[in-house]
Every structure is written in structure tokens, then in C-alpha cells.
Design a protein around this ligand. Structure first.
Ligand code: HEC
Length: 103
């Protein structure tokens, strides 16, 4: 019984978060997508390894070199040896939102 109030509060926080995510890019989700689909080839976080000179550009390097519009246009199509993930518009928004946080 004593756990009920915190549980209700937690649930409403989660619901509020979900509602917010419906309307704008979700960088946290983008980060998840990046770990899942992009990390094989790109350094996706802001780790020092992002300074490596080999391989595809790190997301941090991409963040400082590209505008949001360029990223969005680029991600509509597969690239490099990247499998065709057929990213949805929402997933692209989330990924771009995440990459923006690395700027
Ligand atoms: C199989 C390896 C591979 C995967 C997986 C991959 N990439 Fe790439 N990516 C590359 C290579 C190689 C390049 C550089 C050559 C090119 O532009 O095609 C690149 C370049 C890019 C660029 C352009 C960099 C620039 O400024 O020119 C962006 C943006 C990018 N990747 C985003 C992503 C995102 C987002 C994902 C995950 C959804 C992803 N990549 C998954 C290999 C990969």
C-alpha cells in the first residue's frame, strides 16, 4: 500500500514524458537509435575516441560540420555500406535531435 503514491507519480511522469515526445524530436530516443543502428560504424557519443582520424566521421564531428537540414536530407537515404534502415521521419528527427546535442 505504501508504494502506491510513488507509483502513481512515476506513472504520470512517464505519461507526461511520452506526451512531450510526440510533439518534438526526442534526443534520448535518437541516442538509443544511434547506439542500435549507427554505432557499428560511427563513434556516436562524445567520447574522446571521436577524435580518431580513421573511418566514418564521429557524430560529434558531423554535428559541428552539418546543419539540421543537411542532416535530415542526408538521412533520408542509406549511405556508405549502411544497411537500408528506411528510417521514418520521426526516427530521423530523433537522430538529428540527438546529434544536435553533441554540438
Ligand atoms: C555500415 C557503416 C555505417 C553505418 C551503419 C552508418 N554509417 Fe553513417 N557513414 C558511414 C560512412 C562510411 C560515411 C562516410 C561516407 C559517406 O558519406 O557515405 C558516413 C557518413 C555519415 C554522415 C555524413 C557525414 C558528413 O558530414 O558528410 C552522416 C550524417 C551519417 N553517416 C549518419 C549516420 C546515422 C545517423 C547512422 C545510423 C542511422 C549511420 N550513419 C550509420 C558508414 C555508416
Amino acid at each position: 500500500m505504501q508504494y502506491r503514491l510513488p507509483a502513481v507519480m512515476l506513472l504520470s511522469l512517464v505519461l507526461a514524458a511520452v506526451a512531450t515526445h510526440l510533439v518534438r524530436a526526442d534526443a534520448a530516443k535518437g541516442s538509443q537509435l544511434a547506439q542500435q543502428w549507427c554505432a557499428n560504424c560511427h563513434v556516436v557519443g562524445s567520447t574522446p575516441a571521436g577524435n580518431l582520424q580513421q573511418g566514418p566521421p564521429s557524430f560529434r564531428a558531423i554535428a559541428s560540420a552539418r546543419t539540421v537540414d543537411q542532416l535530415r536530407a542526408f538521412l533520408v537515404h542509406p549511405h556508405g555500406a549502411m544497411p537500408d534502415l528506411s528510417l521514418t521521419r520521426k526516427e530521423i528527427d530523433d537522430l538529428v535531435g540527438y546529434i544536435e546535442t553533441l554540438r
